[in-house]
Design a protein around this ligand. Sequence first.
Ligand SMILES: [Zn+2]
Length: 241
Amino acid sequence: MSKRYRGKRCVYCGRPGVSDTGDHVVARGFFLPSERADLPQVPACARCNNEKSRLEHHLLTVLPFGARHAAAAHTLDEMVPGRLQKNARLHRDLLAGWDTRWLGAYGQPWVEQRILPLDSRLVTHLCEFMMIGLAWYHWQADLAPPSQVRAEFFSPGGAATFETLFANQRWGARLDESLGGGTFAYRAAQDPNAPSRTIWRFAIYGGLVMSGAAGQPTIQADAVFALSNPSPRGLNPVQGA
Ligand SMILES: [Zn+2]
C-alpha cells in the first residue's frame, strides 16, 4: 500500500492520523476488470473501510439483478455467478425473494422488471460514504462528522426538485462524472460560501428497482439524491442574536 494513504486523516470519520488504506470510493467491483484504472481513492481507516466494504459486498452481489443499464447486464453475466457461488445463503435469499412484476405507465409500452429483496437503506448508506469520499477527492471538502450527510431514493417528484435546485446559479463548483461507460454516474454541486454544503445525484447501473425491508413499498428509482450540510452548531454561531 502506498505511503500516500497511511497515517492521514480518515476522510470518512474525520479522525486524524488513523488512515491505513487507500479506499476506492466507488468500489472496483462495480466495474469490469478493463474499466478499473484510475478510479478515485482516498485515505481511510480500517474501521470505515471495513464498514463500507460490508455494504459494497452485499450490494455488488445483488444490485446488477435490478439494473437496467447495458453495462449492468454484462456485469451480471461476467461477474455475479462467481460471487453468488461464494455466498450460498444470499443466493438462497435471492431466489426466495425473487419476484417479477409488470410495471408500466399509461400510454407507454409495459416493461418487465425484476424486483429485488434488498434493503434500500444499504444503498443510501453506501451513497453517504461515497459522497464524503468524492467530495474530498474532487474538492478537498470535508464532509466527515460533525457535518451532516443524508442520501435518499428519488421519488418521481424528487427528481424534478433536484433539477431545479441544481440549476440554481449560486452553486459554485460542479461535477458531472461517468465511470465505467455509464455503469456509475454522479453529479454534484458545492456551495462556494460553505465547502461542506453539497448536493449529489448518483445513478448506479442506470437505475434500480427493489423492494424494501418487510412492509416497505417497492421502490423504483433512477437515482439516489444526497445532500450535506455543515454541522448545525457551525450554522448558528449567534443563535438568538
Ligand atoms: Zn474512519
